[in-house]
Design a protein around this ligand. Structure first.
Ligand SMILES: [Zn+2]
Length: 231
């Protein structure tokens, strides 16, 4: 399993994966633990503040019997394909749109299933693409937003909402690993204020630039410049 983002979504997802008995996880993150993260990044402790998230989360997974390794840094256009080549399933728990679109494109190009999960304020979303690649994230959102989008730093996020979507993402990823495709092509949304969980089927778009018209053949760095985001 490749877990990109060791934050509000990634930390509870990692915990759920470990308790489910996942064998091997590669954790990618370029950030450090902050005091304001601790309410939602449940595997970090007070004395982790200031430490690299990837390394710290991987260490917590090793304590739980997982063969976990850390990569401190971002998934980048020149490294993403090699990063994905040796793994079975990707969990995208990143906090910015450029990285999210990069992972979506890389997963499609490598024929890897991917679970995209994000949370901001009281809302969370999860979208699952199988190894067949359709529908993909670009069927939902064609390209990066042009203006700034709310992020956790400015808009805040409710800890338990992250916990729920992290757990859902882990469950979806384990299902993909196990060959269960029931969530493929579905968008799940959580409203933390009402507790309402909705799931809708997303249809592949014929004019999707990734999986439809196939305009995207590689990870051109210029495609992933944009404002940073939700999640
Ligand atoms: Zn698509």
């Amino acid at each position: 399993m490749l877990l990109v983002g060791a934050g509000g979504v990634g930390a509870p997802a990692a915990w759920a994966l470990a308790e489910a008995g996942i064998a091997r996880v590669v954790v990618v993150d370029d950030d450090r633990v902050e005091l304001s993260n601790l309410h939602r990044q449940v595997l970090f402790r007070d004395d982790d503040v200031g430490r690299p998230k990837a390394e710290t989360l991987a260490a917590r997974l090793v304590e739980r019997g997982v063969d976990a390794t850390a990569i401190e840094g971002r998934a980048l256009p020149d490294t993403a394909l090699s990063l994905l080549s040796s793994i079975d399933v990707v969990i995208d728990g990143v906090d910015n749109f450029p990285s999210r679109f990069l992972l979506a494109d890389a997963a499609w190009l490598c024929h890897k299933p991917i679970v995209h999960a994000a949370a901001v304020r009281w809302h969370a979303t999860m979208f699952v693409t199988g190894d067949g690649g359709r529908p993909c994230y670009r069927c939902l959102f064609e390209d990066l937003p042009e203006g700034p989008a709310p992020d956790c730093a400015s808009a805040g996020v409710v800890g338990p909402v992250c916990g729920v979507v992290g757990g859902l993402a882990a469950d979806a990823a384990l299902g993909l690993l196990d060959g269960r495709e029931g969530l493929v092509g579905t968008l799940t949304t959580l409203d933390g204020r009402t507790g309402e969980l909705r799931r809708v089927v997303v249809r592949p778009r014929a004019d999707c630039p990734l999986c439809g018209t196939r305009e995207i053949h590689g990870l051109d760095a210029a495609r992933y410049l944009g404002p940073s985001c939700d999640a």
